[in-house]
Design a protein around this ligand. Structure first.
Ligand code: ATP
Ligand code: MG
Length: 396
């Protein structure tokens, strides 16, 4: 009988979780893994208290692994051969899983969770090693082996594995509630999306568009960024807010230096309305202290003043270089640096106030009925679903 890698063994992250939390975590992870892999219909899934298993059948293990690597809550996973908990089968499967044509060093690391299995770990190690040593030029090196063969013997099955693939870490998306992330076309906000999802928070995105001052291309770039981060969650709902009228009103009624602050306050009012509508518990942005003149603590104070919702700023204390590194790692950087006009860049005042005062904001806002315009923005928002794989439309 020929043995091949027919399973994937998944190890859970953040193992400190206990009790009910842990059960919720495992259930959410199980659901998220199944959802992420729904394009592979013959996969079979099994969850246990400390592991999850996927039976691959004939699906491509490389494609499945690529998708799994983006699922939060997984600390690592390995391709595995599943056999009966029987010593001969274990020895044969280990032996046949190796490409023995070039000489290498190896080590066998067996573990049995079934203490009734008639051989202790050390015996399993030695028996497997003996077969390999007898039939190849391979040598044992217990300290720094080229290949580590891991054997796990459970009551109902044994698994043979070699490489361990690093998982995405974090918590399964959804266990931490829901947040609305303000997504622009820059470098920072897609990274903020990623960090929120990594903490287990399901995200929806809000983008403020100011046509005709901002172009369709600019909006498409934002949708592409949403698509790139959606792989970590399965899909993302993007709310595109028609922001032009409100923005023009700000410029008519306020001193230019306060425009950015007032714009942010309006963004937060709209985001709060949308969050309530969508049952989200927080708002998140890509702001970072000191990055631009308008991102100061005083500015954050003035922005936070218009909402009771927590505003989470995942990159608030990161250096730009650190944010860029992360955006490269998650694959959004190349898209983020494409030229694009944001509603902020178009209306950017020459001297934005760095220490805005709330009373001054309120004085300007008192000049017109912005509440109605905010409500219009919320009511006329367009909702667009975004998926990790571009779906070819118009096929039929
Ligand atoms: P980013 O790289 O995310 O664009 P930035 O450094 O360019 O950030 P700003 O343009 O000052 O900073 O925006 C700060 C934050 O405000 C953004 O990270 C984003 O969360 C939000 N934001 C700005 N413009 C928009 C927009 N048009 N739509 C949605 N959110 C926006
Ligand atoms: Mg920006």
């Amino acid at each position: 009988m020929a043995y091949r890698y027919n399973h994937i063994l998944i190890r859970y992250g953040e193992l400190s979780l206990k009790g009910k939390n842990r059960n919720n975590f495992i259930k959410a992870l199980y659901d998220n893994v199944r959802k992420a892999l729904k394009a592979f219909p013959t996969l079979e899934f099994e969850k246990q208290h400390d592991r999850m298993y996927i039976y691959l059948h004939d699906e491509d293990s490389k494609q499945v692994s690529e998708i799994l690597a983006k699922v939060f809550g997984i600390s690592s996973f390995s391709l595995a051969i599943k056999v009966e908990p029987d010593l001969d089968q274990i020895i044969d499967a280990c032996y046949e899983s190796l490409d023995l044509t070039t000489p290498k060093t190896f080590k066998v690391a067996a573990r049995r969770s079934d203490k009734l299995f008639p051989y202790i770990s050390d015996e399993i190690n030695r028996k497997v090693a003996t077969k390999i040593l007898k039939n190849s030029d391979w040598k044992v090196d217990v300290h720094n082996p080229d290949v580590k063969i891991v054997v796990e013997v459970h009551q109902d099955a044994a698994y043979i594995m070699t490489d361990r693939v690093q998982g995405a870490g974090g918590y399964p998306v959804g266990v931490g509630g829901k947040a609305m992330v303000l997504l622009s076309g820059g470098i920072d906000s897609p990274v903020a999306c990623y960090l929120m999802m990594k903490r287990g928070v399901h995200i929806e995105c809000i983008h403020y568009a100011s046509p005709p001052y901002t172009s369709q291309n600019a909006q498409e770039k934002v949708m592409e960024l949403a698509r790139l981060v959606s792989g970590y969650q399965g899909d993302v709902l993007v709310h595109v807010v028609p922001f032009t009228d409100l923005q023009l009103a700000i410029y008519q009624n306020a001193d230019e230096s306060y425009a950015i602050t007032l714009m942010r306050r309006m963004m937060m009012r709209i985001a709060t309305g949308l969050a309530q509508k969508r049952h989200a518990q927080a708002i998140a942005t890509g702001e970072s202290i000191g990055q631009v003149a308008s991102q100061t603590l005083e500015s954050m104070l003035a922005i936070n003043d218009v909402t009771n919702m927590p505003i989470i700023r995942p990159v608030v204390c990161m250096d730009k270089v650190e944010i860029i590194d992360l955006s490269k790692k998650i694959g959004t950087y190349e898209t983020s640096i494409l030229p694009y006009e944001d509603c902020c860049t178009i209306f950017t005042p020459k001297n934005p106030v760095t220490k805005p005062r709330v009373d001054k904001c309120e004085k300007y806002e008192g000049k017109w009925d912005f509440d109605k315009m905010v409500q219009d923005c919320i009511d006329n928002t367009e909702d667009i679903w975004v998926h990790p794989v571009k779906v070819e439309e118009d096929l039929f």
